[in-house]
Design a protein around this ligand. Structure first.
Ligand code: NAD
Length: 361
């Protein structure tokens, strides 16, 4: 069965990294038919809006999209395309796996966790105002509903079960924010009781940050509200090796959009220099979502082996200052070709090659 996928190349390095992901997709042999639509700066130039209606129409129709990063102009009248997409398509779960790849670029080569973030409400509801006329005080409303809390907690437990993960940790600040935090905590406790096969625990956000940088391997699935999730998912991307390798998925009830955690990195636009791995691993998440588990595993393993081999890797995995094992850097397209070349050759019976620890200098 052919899957139609909306492709949003995006801005900056977006067209380069999405092209890289398309090349790898082709190598899997999974029949994907791309429907390309423009959002962001090119859409502003052509249509006067960063999010023309055909983008939403295409994603609603196909219920599946692969997206590159989009530049959010600072100031000006345009709202963020990314926030608009989440709200318009009710993409309520933002899922960011933080997996160290072949031990590169991280002090924690064993990192393998997933942050599940509620993406529609909380402190990002957009309900804020000045309290007085001379703008000396302001208020942002933190909207937390039982419906959205139940939905995200259930999503996290279902993900844990599907992926064979052992534990879900809820992160909140219910000791101080007794209503909003307390509501989320109650939802978590009730739903956790329905999943006796999966361990559950709670952490306060401040303690969680400290625990994560001390011993990330203690954690597995983390579920939390919007603002805490935004911060924790970047923290975990850093633990796993940085923006170049961090993929993401946004899930609604019937629609899913996959995109890297990183932005459009304008300074590298058009230079064929950016790391394509985050976009390629976003493709891997897309393949898992449509039930192509073997193809997804091949993509992950091809990335892993390319990074472990370290012959054809981009600057952020190659140069001194970014890595303990410097090598000459390759281009974005060369690394994508190398990953695509490996995809059909992966032997899924064999274990992943171990990461190479740095040699002491
Ligand atoms: P950024 O992620 O674009 O860049 C941060 C740093 O990481 C830069 O040094 C950049 O060069 C580097 N980097 C990022 N991706 C890389 C890659 N694949 N390979 C190698 N290096 C990489 O963040 P920023 O500079 O804060 O944002 C730039 C623009 O992107 C802004 O307009 C921002 O609003 C937008 N943005 C979009 C998304 C999205 O579309 N989902 C997410 C984050 C930021």
């Amino acid at each position: 069965m052919t899957h139609r996928v909306t492709l949003v190349p995006g801005d900056g390095i977006g067209p380069e990294v999405t092209r890289a992901a398309q090349l790898v997709a082709e190598a899997t042999g999974v029949p994907l038919e791309w429907e390309t639509v423009e959002a962001g700066e090119r859409a502003i130039a052509a249509k006067g809006t960063p999010l023309p209606p055909e983008v939403l129409d295409s994603i609603r129709k196909n219920r599946l999209a692969l997206k590159g990063p989009i530049t959010t102009p600072i100031g000006g009248g345009f709202r963020s395309v990314n926030v608009a997409l989440r709200q318009e398509l009710d993409l309520y779960a933002s899922v960011r796996p933080a997996r160290a790849i072949a031990g590169e670029g991280t002090r924690y080569p064993e990192t393998d966790l997933v942050v599940v973030r509620e993406a529609t409400e909380g402190l990002y509801s957009g309900v804020e105002h000045w309290v007085d006329r001379d703008h000396s005080a302001a208020e942002t409303v933190n909207v937390v509903t039982r419906k959205a809390s139940d939905r995200i907690v259930r999503f996290a437990f279902e993900l844990a079960r599907r992926e064979g993960r052992r534990k879900v940790t809820a992160v909140h600040k219910a000791n101080i924010m007794k209503t909003t935090g307390g509501l989320f905590q109650t939802a978590f406790r009730e739903i956790a009781g329905q999943y006796p096969d999966i361990a559950s625990e709670e952490r306060l956000i401040d303690n969680m940050c400290m625990q994560l940088v001390k011993k990330p391997s203690e954690y597995d699935v983390i579920v939390t509200t919007n603002l805490f999730g935004d911060i924790l998912s970047d923290l975990c991307a850093g633990l796993a090796g940085g923006l170049g390798i961090a993929p993401g998925g946004l899930y609604g009830t019937s629609t899913a959009v996959f995109e890297p955690v990183h932005g459009s990195a304008p300074k590298y636009a058009g230079l064929d220099k950016a790391n394509p791995v985050a976009e390629i691993l976003s493709l891997e998440l897309l393949l898992r979502h449509i039930g192509e588990a073997e193809a997804a595993e091949r993509v992950f393993r091809a990335v892993w082996e390319t990074v472990a081999e370290k012959k054809v890797v981009t600057y952020d995995l190659a140069l001194p200052g970014y890595t303990d094992r410097p090598v000459p850097p390759s281009s974005c397209s060369a690394m994508a070709r190398e990953i695509a070349r490996k995809v059909p050759q992966i032997d899924l019976e064999k274990p992943r090659p171990p990461y190479a620890p740095p040699t002491p200098s």
